[in-house]
Design a protein around this ligand. Structure first.
Ligand code: KMH
Ligand code: ZN
Length: 278
């Protein structure tokens, strides 16, 4: 099996500083988290930004500062969120693509999100994809529900998307598909040929989904965006969550990928960056 690509999603848009002291609210802190997670075995960082007070922001300037901080402290693959936070406009969510990150997420359909709705209509998806093409940004397709794969195939028929792609299954969002092994197997069996995939289990399903992905030959996303606990009642740091997956993967005979190996697996250009560990 290929080396394991671990994506760390350290911030997200849902958790608050009141819930955990480990939320990186500034670009400087995000740079520190990136370095620690790189040491622990991560090769991709999925980026959301906050203001100093912990509120959400998708301002281009803040993302530029975060990008610089991450780049000066690590050689991680930088993947921006275009999902943002519920209530942000598609324009706000996608403006950060002008910074030309190596990758960015594209959620492939609308989904209930707790009591709210995470809106990704076809016009919204097309608009984001067009900007990705304009700025040369590689998408990671975020799949919260089975129908999202059908939507991705429709975008392919419209010639806005080519397969194979890298896919991230986000399972266990209240309103999306449950994080179960049968659901994961079903999704993987439905992938267009040649796609690589990772899974992000929400809450206490983060670790079981990661274990299943390691065994199945997939890749893993962990981090406080999806789960703030290491174990019941014990708050986690991002690097602890990454290190645990790397440790278990090693026991199962899957070493973790360096960012350079992950770039090769995903077909991304190799970058010369500061802060490389090896
Ligand atoms: N915060 C969620 C509403 C993404 O980053 O692309 C959307 C999200 C997906 O986190
Ligand atoms: Zn996200």
């Amino acid at each position: 099996m290929e080396p394991l690509i671990i994506t760390v999603a350290p911030v997200g848009a849902e958790i608050t500083p009141e819930q955990t002291p480990h939320l990186a609210t500034t670009p400087l802190k995000l740079g520190e988290v990136a370095a620690a997670c790189r040491q622990a075995g991560a090769s991709i960082i999925h980026v959301h930004c906050r203001n100093d007070d912990g509120t959400n922001t998708h301002e281009v300037e803040r993302f530029a500062q975060a990008y610089e901080a991450i780049r000066s402290s690590s050689d991680l693959i930088v993947q921006f969120s275009t999902g943002g936070a519920i209530g942000m406009t598609p324009q706000e969510r996608s403006a950060v693509l002008q910074l030309r990150p190596e990758m960015a997420t594209l959620t492939c359909g609308t989904v209930n999100f707790g009591d709210e709705v995470f809106e990704n209509s076809f016009p919204i998806m097309r608009g984001i994809l067009e900007k990705m093409h304009q700025y040369g940004v590689r998408p990671e397709l975020e799949i919260f529900d089975k129908g999202h794969l059908s939507n991705a195939r429709r975008l392919q028929r419209e010639r806005l998307l080519e397969f194979p792609q890298h896919i991230d299954f986000v399972l266990g969002v209240p309103g999306g598909l449950d994080a179960t092994v049968p659901n994961l197997c079903d999704l993987v069996g439905d992938l267009p040929s040649g796609c690589t995939w990772s899974v992000a289990g929400i809450g206490r399903m983060q670790l079981p989904m990661a274990m299943a992905a390691i065994a199945m030959g997939g890749h893993v996303r962990v981090g406080l965006e999806d789960n703030i606990f290491y174990s019941k009642g014990r708050l986690a740091t991002n690097e602890e969550l990454v290190a645990r997956v790397a440790r278990i993967a090693a026991e199962l005979g899957r070493p973790v990928a360096t960012p350079s190996q992950a770039r090769a697996t995903l077909g991304l250009a190799q970058e010369k960056t500061a802060g490389a560990v090896n």
